[in-house]
Design a protein around this ligand. Structure first.
Ligand code: DC
Length: 233
């Protein structure tokens, strides 16, 4: 059976991770959290003592990590993403506000983006995969059969990020989280390469007033219809 590549793009805090995990589980597809790759590069930069804005140092680092296949994505026991950096589990370490900002900064750099491109294309090569990110439907898989742009209001997204951090025991301030979300939106959508943008053929899902289950159902229904069309005699 042919199975499509599913692209789920959208801004920070739109619910992409949760929705992607559930959509992939429901369909029996593999999930790929591409933001985790940029976060791992940010963490590696910090560990190497390089500033996120040092394009030369971060570029060399990203190219080396990619060629050594030192960033590995897998899944944990809850169906979440497990991230290994040079063999160490960094799944928790990359989920901080600092690494979110760092990822947003390093991801604006052309060398970093091209270092990670082959890895992402490889992951989706055979279909049956849900990739979440910012540029999956526009750059990584412009030919993806099923594209979604998941969004929500800034207030709703800030509140979700805040709740997520609180759940992990991280002390955060709602107004600060909102400012960070806005700053990230601005940086991710205005960068010259692969900016956050809805692909023309993506279905927009605004999750501000929807339950997670409603979002998941809408996406799964559309992917199933696309699957059926792909396999029609
Ligand atoms: O989805 P996230 O919060 O884990 O992403 C972290 C940063 O990585 C985000 O601010 C922008 C960048 N990113 C990107 O540029 N392209 C992607 N496909 C995924 C993430």
């Amino acid at each position: 059976m042919k199975r499509p590549v599913v692209a789920i793009d959208g801004p920070a805090g739109a619910g992409k991770s949760t929705v992607t995990r559930l959509v992939a589980a429901t369909l029996g597809y593999v999930m790929v959290d591409t933001g985790a790759l940029y976060r791992a590069i940010a963490l590696a930069a910090k560990q190497a003592g390089a500033s996120f804005d040092d394009e030369a140092a971060v570029g060399v680092l990203a190219e080396r990590l990619a060629s050594e296949r030192a960033i590995e994505l897998g899944s944990d026991e809850n169906g979440g993403t497990r991230v290994l950096l040079a063999g160490s589990d960094v799944s928790q370490a990359i989920r901080t506000l600092e690494m979110g900002q760092g990822a947003s900064k390093v991801s604006a750099q052309p060398r970093v983006r091209s270092a990670l491109l082959a890895m992402q294309r490889d992951a989706g090569r055979n279909g049956g995969v849900v990739l979440e990110g910012r540029d999956i439907g526009t750059v990584v898989f412009p030919e993806a059969e099923a594209k979604f742009f998941l969004t929500a209001s800034v207030d709703v997204r800030a509140r979700r990020r805040f709740d997520e951090l609180a759940l992990k025991g991280t002390d955060a301030d709602l107004e600060q989280v909102k400012r960070e979300v806005e700053e990230r939106d601005r940086r991710d959508s205005t960068r010259p390469i692969a900016p956050l943008r809805r692909a023309d053929d993506a279905m927009v899902v605004d999750s501000s007033n929807l339950e997670v289950s409603e979002v998941v159902e809408a996406i799964v229904a559309r992917v199933r219809a696309i699957e059926a069309a792909l396999n029609a005699p």
